[in-house]
Design a protein around this ligand. Structure first.
Ligand code: PEP
Ligand code: MG
Length: 580
């Protein structure tokens, strides 16, 4: 069986499927005959006892591995399962509405979570996360779904999910994962970006694959063509083993470039930086030849946990990266960008109709200055240990930028008063990812030290095409001439004011886009670690003047397809290095 989706992270991988458990929780409401109601209540009670036994086992393992404090989380979960109010409400629902236990658990859990959402208190937020975890365990027990533990797998698996959210991805044991496939998502959804960062082949936007694949099915993931084969023929397996070998050959050649500078054929130096989500990614980026970090997505520090990271935890993470990269290699840290597809369940922010247009990033931070200030303190403190620059995401207006500066200034003053060292001259820039800012780039350039163009969002807002929705992925085109003109305007406005411009959207690592961006004068290209060496190899084949001519030509074309076709025909090296 063959599925076509969207190529999210290149490479080929073959192996067994691991279907993420919660994807299987499709709950339907059923009416129970009156004489079976007590049997249904008993089923619930059995599932509760089983869940308590399971959690007690996990608690003991956590105590031995991580210590008493970590294990206490599980005591809280057991308390939820012993809470007479919660269980009483579920039983009452089963009895009064003759409802099956699964549907009753789901409805009562949602009622409790809605109540919690109105209470803005850290303790309550933690209880909400416990309740969510516990209810999933109860439901799995009721539905007879075996908890297949990733850590129990002896070989690396291909994770199959309906919707693989960034927080799911952050929780996965990466040493056990060889690739990803998901029904939902586009090339720039954050799980796709994480797959590229980790060098794991991935295909998204497959629509129905999670419902069709079973644990243990053998899969081939073709992350170049966006194809997935389920239980393929021996012939097909052989074809892909050969492709893997070819790719290994290309990668060995590329590895020669790890320590080389990034120079065009005519000797122009551009900065090739990496996008990271945590210090581990930074290590990998450095080992792959990154000349800096162009985007540190700090929100990943806030994920896969039950509460906000403290100032000290954040400081340690930022300081580690700053020290790793030293004074010569800049590290651009982006302040918290949650919202969109990056949720933090423990903050209990109500669901929104259009999360990408809603309460996210700088909008959230300017509202929750308590959270914002803690992060800015940590970033400023880390700035004493390396070449850190700060950037604000999702700026839409000059007023927002000025408000963010005000908070930064207040934090600097506090640190000075406390005699805590920081770099007072730390550069501050903004992401250009909202068309309004691209249009007014000249005004913004006067008030920042640099721009970093975030094409992942800029493309979706310019074309009104959701970056996660595979149905509109045909519109989501970074080569669209409207996007290219916005980028051209931003670069030239910044250069007129003597400011540098980077790009940290996925477009910066896209081999077809690189010649155009070089021609438009981009100063810094920041990308997933896996794209660094192909980009360096390509840049070494180009000259600035050829690239300028090419940019001029494509800006006069009128469709993304024509532009892509033109560049790839002019530079056959692009197709060769992509290995397809
Ligand atoms: C972008 O929008 O291009 C970007 C880099 O930010 P994110 O992908 O985290 O939204
Ligand atoms: Mg963005």
């Amino acid at each position: 069986m063959e599925y076509q989706g969207i190529a999210a992270a290149s490479g080929y991988v073959l192996g067994p499927a691991y279907v993420l458990e919660d994807q299987q929780l499709q709950i339907t409401r059923q009416t129970i005959p009156s004489d079976s109601i007590e049997i249904e209540v008993q089923r619930l009670e059995d599932s509760v006892s089983r869940a308590i036994r399971e959690i007690a086992g996990i608690k003991e393992a956590a105590r031995q591995r991580l210590g008493e404090d970590e294990a206490e989380i599980f005591t809280a979960q057991i308390l939820v399962l012993e809470d007479p109010e919660y269980l009483g409400a579920i039983k009452e629902k089963i009895r009064s509405e003759k409802m099956n236990a699964e549907a009753a658990v789901q409805e009562i859990t949602e009622q409790f979570l809605t109540l919690f959402a109105d209470l803005d208190h850290e303790y309550i937020r933690e209880r909400a996360a416990d309740l969510r975890d516990v209810s999933h365990r109860l439901l799995r027990g009721l539905m007879g779904i075996q908890s297949l533990s990733l850590s129990a797998m002896t070989e690396r698996v291909i994770v199959v999910a309906h919707d693989l959210t960034p927080s799911d991805t952050a929780r996965l044991d990466r040493s056990k994962v060889a690739g990803f496939v998901a029904d939902i998502g586009g090339r720039t959804s954050h799980s796709a970006i994480m797959a590229r960062t980790l060098g794991l082949p991935a295909v998204v936007g497959l629509q129905t694959i999670a419902a069709q694949v079973k644990n243990g099915d053998f899969l081939i993931v073709d992350g170049n063509a966006g194809k997935v084969f389920v239980n393929p023929s021996e012939n097909m397996i052989q074809t892909y083993r050969n492709k893997q070998n070819e790719l290994t050959g290309i990668n060995e050649e590329l590895n020669q470039l790890i320590d080389k500078p990034t120079l065009t054929r005519d000797g122009v130096q551009v900065e090739l930086a990496a996008n990271i989500g945590n210090p581990e990614d930074a290590k990998r980026a450095l080992a792959t030849g990154a000349e800096g970090i162009g985007l540190y997505r700090t929100e990943f520090l806030y994920m896969g946990r039950k509460d906000l990271p403290t100032e000290q935890e954040q400081f340690s993470a930022y300081q580690r990266v700053a020290l790793m990269f030293g004074q010569k290699r800049p590290v651009v840290i982006r302040s918290l960008d949650i919202g969109g597809d990056k949720e933090l369940p423990y903050l209990n922010i109500p669901k929104e109709m259009n999360p990408f247009l809603g309460y996210r990033a700088i909008r959230f931070c300017l509202d929750r200055t308590d959270i914002f200030k803690t992060q800015l303190r940590a970033i400023l403190r880390a700035s004493a240990y390396g070449n850190i620059k700060l950037m604000f995401p999702m700026i839409a207006t000059l007023q927002e930028l000025r408000a963010a500066y005000e908070v930064l200034e207040a934090v600097k003053q506090d640190l000075s008063k406390e005699n805590i060292p920081f770099n007072a001259a730390m550069e501050v820039g903004i992401m250009v990812e909202i068309p309004a800012v691209a249009v007014l780039a000249e005004q913004f350039a006067q008030e920042v030290d640099f721009f970093s163009i975030g094409t992942n969002d800029l493309v979706q807002y310019t074309l009104a095409a959701d970056r996660l929705n595979e149905k509109v992925s045909y519109l989501y085109q970074p080569y669209n001439p409207a996007v290219l003109r916005l980028i051209q305007g931003v670069i030239s406005a910044a250069h007129q004011k003597g400011k540098w411009v980077g790009m940290c959207g996925e477009m910066a690592g896209d081999l077809t886009a690189i010649p155009i961006l070089l021609g438009l004068g981009l100063d810094e290209f920041s990308m997933s670690a896996g794209s660094l060496l192909p980009a360096r190899a390509l840049l070494s084949q180009l000259t600035r003047s050829e690239a300028r001519r090419m940019a001029e030509t494509v800006l006069a074309l009128n469709s993304a397809e024509e532009i892509k076709g033109f560049v790839e025909k002019e530079i056959p090296f692009i197709t060769k290095i992509r290995n397809n």
